[in-house]
Ligand binder design. Structure first.
Ligand code: ATP
Length: 555
C-alpha cells in the first residue's frame, strides 16, 4: 500500500508532493543498491555466515587513489600539552589522563599511530575525526582500559573498531582474540557491517555468535581457531561459555558497546561470566556508551583496570543535533489523535521511528496505522530474527516509512536518514530517553524528537526536561519548576501504563534473582573499596587469578 497520496479513514493525508525529495532519496538508494553507509551488508559470507573480506578472493586489484595517497606519510609533531588541552576544550572532551594527546586529523592515524595502509584506504570516506575518535583512538591504542562516554551518533563504533583492528595487526589462526558484546542482535549485526567496511583488505574472520555457528564449533572444535573477532549478545555468549562451545582465554580485547545497558540488571550476571572467561592476563577492556548513570559507573569501574575515563560533551545529555519537543496529549486515547494530527500537519516527515513501551502496544498501534494507509511496520522481541532483519532492511531502504519499535531498537541502531523520533509512550528513564531520541540527529545531522505526555506522565516529566535543558533545548519555565518524582513514583513508572517489559525483552531475558544478587554484590564491592580509600576503580581488578571477574570482586 502506498503511504503517499492516500486519504486515510481518519482524514489523514500523506502528501506525496511535499515529500518528493525524500522519495527520490530512497529511489536513488534503491537504484544504487545502497543501504546507507554504515549498514551495507557484507558481500561475502563464509560457511559460518561469517564475514570474508575481499582479500579472501585473492584477486589482484588496481591500487586505488586513496592508497597511493597514503604511500607518503606526513611527518608528525605531537601537540604541546597546551595545544592538546586547547583542542580538548574545543571538542568538549574531558579525560582523566593526559598521556595521549588527541589527533588533529584523519591523516594523523597514520603519521602518529602508524595505522596501516589498508585501514587508511578504507577510511577515505572520513573527512575528519569526531571528538570521541580524535581522543578515544589514541587512548584505545595505548595499553589502557578505557571508559568512554560520548553522545549518540558521534562515531563511537569506529572509535573502538579502528584501534581494535590496528592493535590486532593481522588475522591469526589462534582463536578469538577480540570480543565485542552488544545488548541486541540488531546492533551486533550493525557492528559486523561496520567491521566489514573498515576491514577490507585483510582476511579478518569475524563471527556473530548464533545457534548455527555454536553448533559448528561444538561439532568441530578445530573451527574455533579460525576466528579473530567474536560479536555477541550477552545471553548467547554466556551460554556458549558455559557449554564450552567458545573459549575466550586468548582474548586480548573485550569491548562492551552500550556498556551502561550491559551493566544493568538483566544483563550484569551474563556480562560477569563473559568478563571472567576473558582470562588472559593482558586482556584490555573498553566500555563505550552514550549514558552512564552514577550507579552503573561504579560497576563499570569495578571491572576495569586503571582505566582512562573520557567524557565527550555533557554526560547523559541528548545529542546536539536533536531538536526536542514535549507534547501534551491529555490521556492515553489522545495519543492516536495526536499522531493523526501530526501526519495531517506534515510533521511526520518519513522516515519516522515511533517508540512504545511494550509488544502489545506496538501491535495495537501498528493495527491502527496500517488501516490509516501509512506504510508502517513493527519491530519487537516477539518477532522472529528473520522478520526483524527484514523489517530493518526495509526501513533502511525506505520501503517502510514509519517503524514502530519497543526499546529493542532504542540503542545503537544507525539509520542516518531518520527525520523524526516519536516517543508515543513516555520513556522509562532519562537514559532510555537519550538513546531513543538519539536515533535521529546522527553524525552531525539535524533531527526532530517529539515526546507525548499525558496527565499520568506529569510526575515524570522533570527527568526528561532536565535532559532537554542540558542538551541546550528551550523548555518552558513551569516545567523547570516541576518536582522530581519520588522513589515510589519512579518505581510506579516501570509498571505504567501497562506492564513495561520492553527493556529486557530486547535481550530475550528478564531480571532474575541472580541478576539482583550480582548487582548488589558489585555495588557493595565498589562501596567497600571506596571506604578503603582505593578510589574505586583505579585500583587493580579484584577478580580471582587477576582476571577482573566482576563476580570475584565482591568475594
Ligand atoms: N568521522 C566521521 N565523520 C562522519 N561520519 C562518521 C564519522 N565517524 C562515524 N561516522 C558515522 O556516524 C554515524 C554514527 O556513528 P555510530 O553509530 O558509531 O555512533 P555512536 O556514537 O555509536 O551512536 P550510539 O550511541 O547511538 O550507538 C555512522 O553512520 C557512522 O558511519
Amino acid at each position: 500500500m502506498d503511504a503517499f497520496g492516500i486519504l486515510t479513514k481518519s482524514g489523514t493525508f500523506f502528501n506525496k508532493k511535499k515529500f518528493a525529495n525524500d522519495i527520490d532519496l530512497f529511489d536513488s538508494q534503491r537504484r544504487d543498491g545502497a543501504e546507507g553507509q554504515s549498514t551495507q551488508l557484507p558481500k561475502d559470507l563464509d560457511f559460518f555466515g561469517d564475514l570474508k573480506t575481499s582479500a579472501d578472493k585473492g584477486k589482484r586489484r588496481e591500487k586505488p587513489k586513496a592508497e597511493q595517497a597514503t604511500d607518503e606519510v606526513a611527518a608528525y609533531s605531537p601537540p604541546s600539552q597546551e595545544e592538546a588541552n586547547r583542542m580538548r576544550k574545543q571538542m568538549q572532551v574531558n579525560v582523566t589522563d593526559n598521556a595521549q594527546p588527541p589527533l588533529r586529523s584523519v591523516q594523523e592515524l597514520q603519521s602518529a599511530l602508524k595505522f596501516e595502509k589498508y585501514l587508511m584506504r578504507n577510511l577515505s570516506f572520513l573527512d575528519q575525526l569526531t571528538p570521541v575518535q580524535a581522543q578515544g583512538i589514541p587512548l584505545a591504542c595505548s595499553d589502557r582500559d578505557v571508559l568512554a562516554v560520548a553522545p549518540t551518533g558521534s562515531g563511537k563504533t569506529l572509535a573502538y573498531l579502528l584501534p581494535l583492528l590496528h592493535t590486532l595487526g593481522e588475522p591469526k589462526k589462534e582463536g578469538f582474540r577480540a570480543v565485542i558484546v552488544s545488548p541486541t542482535r540488531e546492533l551486533a549485526q550493525q557492528i559486523r557491517n561496520e567491521l566489514a567496511r573498515v576491514g577490507v583488505g585483510r582476511r579478518w574472520r569475524v563471527s556473530i555468535l548464533s545457534k548455527a555457528n555454536q553448533a559448528t564449533m561444538k561439532a568441530d572444535p578445530a573451527t574455533r581457531s579460525k576466528h579473530d573477532i567474536l560479536i555477541s549478545t550477552p545471553l548467547r555468549l554466556k551460554h556458549a561459555i558455559e557449554t564450552g562451545e567458545v573459549d575466550l582465554s586468548n582474548v586480548r580485547h573485550l569491548i562492551l558497546d552500550e556498556a551502561d545497558r550491559l551493566l544493568e540488571m538483566g544483563f550484569v550476571d551474563q556480562v560477569d561470566t563473559i568478563v571472567g572467561a576473558c582470562s588472559h592476563p593482558s586482556v584490555r577492556k573498553s566500555l563505550f556508551t552514550a549514558t552512564l548513570p552514577a550507579s552503573v559507573e561504579e560497576i563499570a569501574q569495578n571491572i576495569l583496570r586503571l582505566p582512562v575515563r573520557m567524557i565527550v560533551g555533557r554526560k547523559d545529555a541528548a545529542a546536539q543535533g536533536v531538536q526536542q519537543k514535549l507534547m501534551y496529549v491529555g490521556r492515553e486515547d489522545g495519543k492516536l489523535l495526536a499522531v493523526r494530527q501530526l501526519v495531517q500537519e506534515g510533521q511526520m516527515k518519513p522516515p519516522v521511528l515511533i517508540f512504545v513501551q511494550s509488544v502489545e502496544r506496538a501491535n495495537e498501534l501498528f493495527n491502527e496505522l496500517v488501516y490509516d494507509g501509512v506504510r508502517v511496520d513493527v519491530i519487537h522481541g516477539e518477532r522472529s530474527a528473520a522478520q526483524r532483519d527484514e523489517v530493518i532492511k526495509q526501513f533502511r531502504r525506505g520501503d517502510v516509512w514509519v517503524l514502530i519499535a519497543t526499546d529493542v531498537l532504542a540503542r545503537g541502531i544507525d539509520v542516518q536518514a531518520i527525520n523524526l523520533v516519536l516517543n508515543y509512550d513516555f520513556p522509562q528513564s532519562p537514559a532510555s530517553y537519550v538513546h531513543r531520541v538519539g536515533r535521529t540527529g546522527r553524525a552531525g545531522r539535524i533531527g526532530q524528537a517529539i515526546t507525548f505526555f499525558t496527565n499520568d506522565d506529569a510526575p515524570y516529566l522533570k527527568s526528561v526536561v532536565n535532559v532537554m535543558k542540558s542538551s541546550g533545548c528551550e523548555v518552558p519555565e513551569w516545567m523547570l519548576k516541576l518536582k522530581k518524582p519520588s522513589s515510589n513514583q519512579r518505581k510506579a513508572l516501570k509498571k505504567r501504563p501497562i506492564e513495561r517489559e520492553a527493556v529486557h525483552e530486547a535481550a530475550g531475558t528478564k531480571v532474575g534473582r541472580d541478576d539482583v544478587k550480582k548487582h548488589k554484590q558489585l555495588v557493595n564491592a565498589s562501596k567497600r573499596r571506596k571506604v578503603a580509600g582505593e578510589s574505586g576503580t583505579r585500583g587493580e581488578p579484584s577478580g580471582a587469578a587477576g582476571n577482573g571477574s566482576a563476580s570475584d570482586a565482591s568475594e
